[in-house]
Write a new protein. Structure first.
Length: 404
């Protein structure tokens, strides 16, 4: 049941949303300093719109340097290279423009420009010792929610899968969410980004419920299901469910793009305090093994992890089913919950997300390693509403292999 007496929200100091709001980047940066380092990728860095942003910053008196070499999955060495290259520039503010990796790069470069290396000392929760340089996050996809979350994820070659740094200090100072920036997002990326956002919202809404210790929000990044995160999560689910099909099939539909981006941002606000769980824990080793996109693995796994959680999360899933219109108030919770799971499965199939892990190169020989490695994502495992152990994860994987 939803906690009606406890809630946590962590969010940027400024969250600006709407078509055309990228034109606020210059004034937002000027309010924070005179030198800005922009972190983006090669594709976006070469677009005419990047030149418009640079011109805007210059007109506001902000000197800029542009780093447009952000790599997918954010390798540790690329973070360190960016820090070394621009340390002498001494930026006052970092601007991350792009997908989650670009925003996370801005967060982590900002961290290392203020606090000492190695980055590994900050892996985990609440290990960042103090404020970082202010970050302005400008997403160009609708999925990660990185623009509003206290989390940054990177790839460390010393580890077998991606690792996260989780601290409220990593929340961007300003998030500028302009859905016009997603109009050119390819169909496949739109689909898997939307699946990731949907998983953020559903896993936050059905996260475990914890005793509301007054110190919890100051010692645990993911506090579990709560009254504030539930509001964001359920709104996100409705927005994404109603609009992802159209945003994927009709990429130029600004109304659909706007709704999905708003859903993604709400989902980020939800999981930034409530957290995610099983689908994310299991995807991390799968992503490392297959070098496939995070949202793709999440999209395949989510219906199976929901089915696993059904015995303890039926009330939450039933509320989702009623909210998206696939169940009514008179339906029993279990029936409404099953309808919700099938609706999510059908939505993902409609946007061409595979139904089996075999489609991304997982076979039976991988199951043992995946089930063991998934347990390393302790904060996600602990956040699942139904207890997870290697045996339970094997059952989820078996179903996802057989598309049952």
């Amino acid at each position: 049941m939803m906690r009606l007496d406890y809630g946590v929200t962590r969010a940027p100091a400024r969250l600006i949303f709407g078509p055309g709001q990228r034109r606020a980047i210059g004034t937002a940066a000027a309010s924070l300093g005179k030198r800005a380092l922009i972190c983006t990728d090669a594709r976006f860095g070469a677009l005419p719109i990047m030149q418009e942003i640079l011109k805007d910053l210059a007109e506001q008196g902000v000197q800029t340097q542009l780093y447009s070499e952000t790599e997918a999955e954010l390798p540790l060495e690329s973070i360190l290279a960016c820090v070394d290259r621009y340390r002498d520039f001494a930026p006052d503010v970092l601007i991350g423009i792009g997908g989650g990796s670009c925003v996370d790069l801005a967060k982590l470069v900002s961290l290392l420009l203020v606090h000492s290396a190695p980055l590994s000392q900050y892996y985990g929760e609440f290990k960042v010792p103090g404020p970082i340089l202010p970050v302005i996050a400008v997403p160009t996809t609708s999925g990660t929610g990185a623009e509003v979350t206290p989390v940054a994820v990177l790839g460390d070659p010393a580890l077998t899968m991606k690792v996260g740094i989780s601290s409220p200090e990593l929340i961007p100072h300003t998030a500028i969410c302009d859905p016009e920036l997603t109009l050119t997002c390819p169909k496949g990326l739109t689909a898997i980004s939307g699946a990731d956002a949907m998983a953020h919202a559903i896993e936050a809404f059905a996260a475990t419920t914890r005793q509301a210790d007054p110190a919890m929000a100051m010692t645990r990044v993911f506090v579990g299901k709560n009254v504030l995160s539930d509001h964001y999560a359920l709104t996100a689910i409705k927005l994404i469910y109603s609009n992802l099909r159209r945003a994927t099939s009709e990429g130029g539909d600004l109304d659909a793009r706007t709704a999905v981006m708003l859903g993604s941002t709400y989902a980020g606000l939800a999981f930034g305090s409530a957290g995610t769980s099983a689908a994310h824990a299991i995807q991390y080793p799968i992503g490392a093994m297959t070098s496939t996109a995070h949202g793709l693995g999440i999209g395949i796994l989510l219906p199976y992890t929901m089915a696993f959680n059904l015995p303890v999360a039926a009330a939450d899933y039933a509320e989702i089913g009623r909210a998206i219109g696939v169940a009514s108030a008179g339906d029993a919770d279990e029936d409404a919950a099953k309808a919700a799971i099938e609706a999510i499965r059908a939505l993902f199939a409609e946007v061409s997300i595979p139904v089996s892990l075999r489609a991304i190169g997982i076979d039976d020989a991988h199951i043992e390693d995946i089930s063991t490695l998934s347990m390393n994502a302790k904060r996600l495992v602990e956040n699942n509403p139904r207890p997870l152990d290697p045996s339970a994860i094997k059952g989820i994987l078996a179903a996802a292999m057989q598309a049952e």
